[in-house]
Design a protein around this ligand. Structure first.
Ligand code: COA
Length: 180
């Protein structure tokens, strides 16, 4: 398990999946704001649904997020579109509603940076988020990510086009214990 100061990132367990699907996927607004595609219901037992892990997929490393104190599942985190030629990857995360606003998101980003830069040897990490997602923007910026641009009207979310902010962090600018 990878450890931050408050949360740990471990492998996805079978019994995490129904919790993540119920609390994150089945919230249509949350899904629409975070995944970047049209929501549809999950067929029971689907092997390709959100949060089901494909261990053969090399370009994507999914984690379950747990509290270090007690091991309770609090969310999902992923490095996706891992590109070993350009040595870059994207970060994604989603916390259960009851786990938000406690500093866990900031800690998850810190752990994913450690995984990407130290374990995988990447050079660049990237985050895209809606421009009104203050908690995600702050979680990224607390870890040294800088805003590199605004993708105007790039996301169709529940009936309207919204702007996304693109943030990046290069390994040489990363300060492992940076906060705030
Ligand atoms: C986005 C998310 C991962 C952030 O994690 P979090 O644990 O809630 O955030 P933190 O508690 O670490 O807070 C990070 C910062 O944002 C601020 N913040 C938290 N919630 C906020 C809110 N609702 N509005 C404004 N600021 C907020 C905190 O004060 C903190 O700032 P500080 O360091 O200056 O004090 C989490 O809220 C979440 O899972 N949301 C739903 C899914 C999602 O949006 N995922 C991201 C998709 S790109």
């Amino acid at each position: 398990m990878l450890k931050g100061s408050k949360v740990g990132l471990r492998a996805r367990h079978e019994d995490d999946i129904p919790i993540l699907q119920a609390e994150l996927h089945d919230d249509v607004v949350n899904y629409s704001r975070t995944v970047g595609g049209a929501w549809r219901p999950i067929t029971p037992g689907s092997k390709t649904a959100q949060f089901v892990v494909d261990d053969e997929e090399q370009r994507r490393v999914p984690f379950s997020v747990v509290e270090l104190d007690g091991g309770t599942l609090v969310g999902s985190a992923v490095l996706w579109s891992i590109d070993n030629h350009n040595r870059s990857a994207h970060i994604g995360l989603g916390l259960l509603p009851s786990a938000r606003g406690k500093g866990y998101g900031t800690d998850v980003v810190a752990v994913l940076c450690h995984y990407g830069f130290v374990v995988l040897g990447l050079q660049r990490l990237q985050i895209e988020t809606l421009s009104d997602n203050a908690a995600m923007l702050r979680s990224a910026e607390c870890n040294g990510f800088v805003r590199e641009g605004v993708l105007r009207s790039s996301a169709w979310v529940m009936g309207e086009f919204l702007d996304e902010v693109l943030l990046g962090l290069l390994v040489q600018d990363w300060k492992p214990d940076s906060k705030g």
